[in-house]
Design a protein around this ligand. Structure first.
Ligand SMILES: [Zn+2]
Length: 204
């Protein structure tokens, strides 16, 4: 048992060193991708301002900018329904669900899911995503703070940019793309690892 722990620790140390020098072998990015690329606009539903989340979403859009020349999330008041992300704030029946990114494909007569189930990774390339932020869940977990909300908004926008959950949690410092840990909820901007993953996905 002791030997096993030691072995895991040694492997972990090697991974940390490896991550600093070269990109990790297993990327924390989705297999599929946003068809139109990493430069697109987001449209806010009226619920965003009525819940008071506009500055949080503006902050998070900007947080993903300036890392890759191929990535920028702008803002538009024009709800196009085919290439623009849609953002909503509301309540969830699942009280530990803070946010959700759902990828959609444009099709006639109704746009269709680009995933087998909401909350799962995309199963095909997608045209736009619908992001929901859950006010009641954030409240229930005392996360309705600037950092608590912006962690969630940056996290969901990261999914929209094709980033999956950080699998090497605890080895690369708190990552905004990690799921579930309290320490990670204290970060609201991409760390060096998140930035490297973004570049791995879209280029520098
Ligand atoms: Zn997530």
């Amino acid at each position: 048992m002791k030997l096993k722990t030691q072995l895991i620790k040694t492997v972990s140390s090697l991974l940390v060193i490896g991550a600093l020098v070269v990109p990790p072998v297993t990327a924390d990015t989705f297999t599929y991708t946003r068809k139109g690329g990493g430069i697109f606009d987001a449209w806010y539903d009226s619920s965003v301002s009525s819940y008071g989340y506009t500055p949080h979403l503006d902050f998070s859009r900007n947080a993903w900018g300036g890392i890759s020349s191929k990535v920028s999330i702008g803002f538009t008041t024009n709800h196009r329904g085919y290439s623009t992300d849609e953002i909503y704030v509301g309540n969830s029946a699942t009280t530990n669900l803070f946010g959700l990114m759902v990828p959609y494909k444009v099709s006639w007569p109704t746009n269709t899911l680009a995933t087998d189930q909401k909350g799962n990774a995309p199963t095909s390339n997608w045209d736009y995503s619908v992001i929901s932020i859950y006010d009641n869940s954030l409240s229930a977990h005392k996360l309705k703070t600037w950092t608590g909300i912006t962690h969630t908004t940056t996290h969901e926008l990261g999914h929209s940019l094709g980033l999956a959950h950080t699998t090497t949690h605890g080895q690369i410092g708190p990552s905004v793309m990690s799921a579930g840990s309290v320490a990670d909820r204290n970060v609201n901007t991409p760390n060096a690892y998140d930035k490297a993953q973004l570049k791995l996905k879209w280029g520098s």
